[in-house]
Design a protein around this ligand. Sequence first.
Ligand code: GLA
Length: 726
Amino acid sequence: MTILVDKEKQLFTLQTKNTTYQMKVDRFNYLYHLYYGKKIDQPDLSYLLYDGPSHYAPYPHESTDKVGSLTLMSQEYPSAGTGDLGTLALDLQNSDGTHVADLKYKNYQVLDGKYSLEQMPSFYAHNDQAQTLKITLVDDLSGIEVELFYGVFADLDIITRATRISNLGKQAVKLQKAQSLSLDLLSGDFDLVHFHGRWGSERNLEKLPITHTTTTLGSNYGVSSAKENPGFLVTAKDVTEMSGDCYGFNLVYSGNFNATAEKGTLNQSRITLGLGDSQFAWQLEPGAMFESPEAVMSFSSCGLTKLSHNFHDAIRNNLCRSKYEKVRRPVLINNWEATYFDFTGKKLVEIAKAAKKFDADLFVLDDGWFGNRYDENRALGDWFVNEKKLGCSLHDLVEKINRLGLDFGLWFEPEMVSEDSELYRHHPDWALNLPDRKALLGRNQLVLDLSKEAVREYLFERISDILDSANISYIKWDMNRPITDWYSKSLTDQGELQHRYVLGLYDLLGRLTRKYPDVLFEGCASGGARFDLGMLAYEPQIWTSDNTDPINRLKIQYGTSFFYPISAMGAHVSVSPNHQNGRITPFATRAAVAMAGTFGYELDATKMSPEDQKQALAATKLYKKVQAMTFNGDSYRLLSPFDQGNLVAWQVVSKDQAQSLLTVVMTDVVTNPAFVYLKLRGLDENANYKVADKIYSGQALMNAGLKLDPLKGSYNSRQILIEKIS
Ligand code: GLA
């Protein structure tokens, strides 16, 4: 059984294959958290609860023995006004100005299958893969009802959470904070590992101790952002890749978010995660309902690798409904770094023709094909083909490329408008802009107000028209500036706008992906500034970073790999010297690093040397051979780019342990280096493996290690295929 309810003791237990999560309703009808961690079969863990005196802390009026202060208790969903003085999950203002929701347990329901959300994407289950527990809490006085949803994917060791807040009272209330998840860990010393960055350097790993001060992570960029990813880890001090306790938390959301970690007065650790609350306010009229985005969490008692596998498996199988999650993805060639804005239709066909020689499957026409878009300063919003620039219709261009044997894909940046555009001239009020002030510009562009239906309708129509006009099988959905100027004329409460923007985006993406199920959507936001589970629910892959330098990419892809699988990470081979930082690297290293993602090219294929062309053909061939394994198998981080060594290594192993690809990249040159014995992972201990032309036992490779011949030369790398022979 996945969900166990002990009605007498009022205990709720969620059991997954390797984890247990338990809650209890106490004598005052509050819902407390007892435990989340390694699986425990003992059904009642209530002895863990704090039952000491409240001292001077406020306790519930019913408590004649002066115990049960909510600031000392591990509340499952801490709310304002109840005496919990820590970080809250719910804060609302009643019509009389008070901040209180005294949430008491009302009832529960166990449902077959996985709950879903009405307006936002969420994980889904296949057949009877998941169960749902719904616990309802209510504040009798105001009539505010809070339903806590738990989606339990037992086999995946994944638990999802979401909250639905309904106003069953007679007065409107204003939500000021409505988090998706709060979790109190009663004991233990933990580190917080988060993934921060900036353009060109996304998802750097940083580790901080969780202390008695509150650490807050989040984004105010309007998108989940390169500044901070919504996925973060809480780990035991001694955690390693292959041992120790660790938790992972993430949010299925693409806008502003907020997460906190702190130790309470009794040294319990509280984690919260949900919508960003800096400008958030949501008017909840009587009869209205508000749902929070879905949070997802997992626990591993055997290290970070297993935790990543849990997320990778769930993301690959239970999040995105695109057929491309299962169908082989194309090797693409994108013209951005090849031409930027400077191209003609003829030039594009030449690039496609040259790329066919190294077996690319899909040609992607990036920015600059529409309106008056000759540079980055104009025409966003004018989604009409610039036939003059292409020298033909889009239909004809696509036909030419199709005839070469390549599919065709197109870049859009639908959420934006340039001041210098027909769209802005006709609808200045469609852009987000504070009244009577000049809007802030980012890349010389403004953001469209996606909370407006008319804006979404325009974009739906324009994109549909283009897709219907030619045989287009891929869209790169870009978004290239943080959102500021939060004001929409059509809203009475501007506090709703940030969330309504994201709901509008999901509405539009949902409509388009349902209408065009055969189109592969790839996300992008100035590189990887919106790399999150919300976007991955619509788009199976996201451009990981504009930085295509393979050595910088080692860190970017390493940080990204803690939550997101290889199949989600857009990665291309570009030219050397690299356009972003001028570094010179061997072709083979660029290819090896791009193979730790959705492999493609971003260079002028007509200008490649015969040697590079030869290498490209070999790389595409190898990628096509291993793609099923890298997309569906298990990844292992062997040597970290954040460590001091001169080698970075990772390995992918097929689920049946029959095949593995080891990649080693040299980040610095060492003269007269010592031999490296690299202990491999994930192989079958009882099998023999062929590595180059030698045979090793799985046991030897994993315990004694593979002896690597020293590499020479700058940024050299090696890809080693490992195949089971018995
Ligand atoms: C962003 C993207 C790039 C490219 C350009 C086009 O920077 O991240 O990949 O598409 O926009 O303007």
